[in-house]
Design a protein around this ligand. Sequence first.
Ligand code: SF4
Length: 131
Amino acid sequence: MFEDLQQKLGLTYLFIAHDLLVVRHISSRIAVMYLGKMVELASTDEICDHPLHPYTKALMSAVPMPDPNVAKNNKRISLKGEIPSPLNAPSGCPFRTRCPYACDKCAESMPEFKEAAPNHFVACHRADEIN
Ligand code: SF4
């Protein structure tokens, strides 16, 4: 229905959801948010096939795979801890309390949201190192 309406009326949607299979199906571009901050933005194929931010990687690893052969090789990334309250957000990178790659710099400053590849933006101090 959304796609029909989009074609008939020439609409642009801002579709907010937690079900990544639905998001992937309906979107041409995906923005991933954590604690109210955008941490990654890219085309749907790019972000699903080459996620750069540790949070996006964890989200993508949790998407159920319909093909059992693909699913068996998929390594799920489990995040430790709970999402902090936005009223008491951590210093620096908002994801640092759950990030397996967090370092001192992550506590000191908010990572810049920058273009890491053409039209692929990420907010992570260590995106170059971990990808
Ligand atoms: S900036 Fe640091 S804490 Fe934040 S996602 Fe990157 S490595 Fe993890």
